[in-house]
Design a protein around this ligand. Structure first.
Ligand SMILES: Nc1ncnc2c1ncn2[C@@H]1O[C@H](COP(=O)(O)OP(=O)(O)O)[C@@H](O)[C@H]1O
Ligand SMILES: O=C(O)C1=C[C@@H](OP(=O)(O)O)[C@@H](O)[C@H](O)C1
Ligand SMILES: [Mg+2]
Length: 203
């Protein structure tokens, strides 16, 4: 029997503004009911929300391979800042679309995407058949986390993060099977919560 995602959460798990900082996560009612298989288990969300760190930890806990599509791109094409500078963002997005398609085709794996991967319509279509964990955080939390030198879209300064997040948020929300806020709790605690959710809904 394929494992299925049933994403209905217990009453009280959502809040008016969709965020319960510091409370037990998940923090928001999922945007869709999904019968998608558990794997690939995909992490989406804004820059520095923890997709790479938390995704890696969740993969280790679930004992499945971990793929970070940014890492795949860097391994094949060099640093992201250089790709943006030499060839422009559209070229990066094309490389990203291919890296995501390849990663999602691996099946049993946790896959963390770059924050802008959801801008691509073909990627969004592929994600509709998968289990998607959407992470969120706040500009305040990000300020203390990021090494912006690695993120060309943050070169303009911290206000850019909020603007970009606001633009993309409807895409993240529409694709999410489940949502976790990462602004106040440590990576390991959030990863544990995600694994608990996985076990509750897919075992
Ligand atoms: N919940 C968290 N609490 C504190 N720091 C975090 C948390 N999640 C991520 N970080 C830190 O923020 C930075 C960005 O995390 P990363 O996983 O690369 O984000 P993303 O892949 O979403 O851009 C890393 O230095 C990471 O250690
Ligand atoms: O949001 C974006 O457009 C980007 C996010 C980055 O990944 P992270 O979200 O892992 O930082 C990376 O793909 C690139 O710098 C562009
Ligand atoms: Mg990342």
């Amino acid at each position: 029997m394929p494992q299925t995602a049933r994403t209905r959460l217990p009453a009280g798990s959502s809040s008016e503004d969709g965020a319960q900082h510091g409370a037990a996560s998940p923090v928001r009612e999922p945007e869709r009911d999904s019968d998608a298989p558990l794997f690939p288990l995909v992490f989406i969300g804004p820059m520095a929300s923890g997709k790479s760190k938390i995704g890696r930890r969740v993969a280790r806990l679930l004992r499945v391979p971990f793929i970070d599509t940014d890492k795949t791109i860097v391994a094949a094409h060099g640093p992201i800042t250089e790709i943006f500078a030499r060839h422009g963002e559209p070229h990066f997005r094309a490389l990203e679309r291919d890296a995501v398609a390849d990663a999602l085709g691996r099946g049993r794996a946790v896959v963390s995407l770059g924050g802008g991967a959801v801008l691509d319509p073909a990627t969004r279509e592929r994600l509709r058949g998968t289990t998607v964990v959407s992470l969120s955080t706040t500009a305040e939390a990000v300020r203390s986390r990021t090494r912006n030198a690695k993120r060309p879209l943050l070169a303009a300064g911290p206000d850019a993060w909020q603007r970009i997040y606001d633009e993309r948020r409807p895409l993240y929300d529409a694709l999410a099977s489940i949502h976790f806020d990462t602004s106040t709790r440590p990576v390991d605690a959030i990863a544990d919560d995600i694994v608990k959710w996985v076990r509750r809904h897919h075992d």
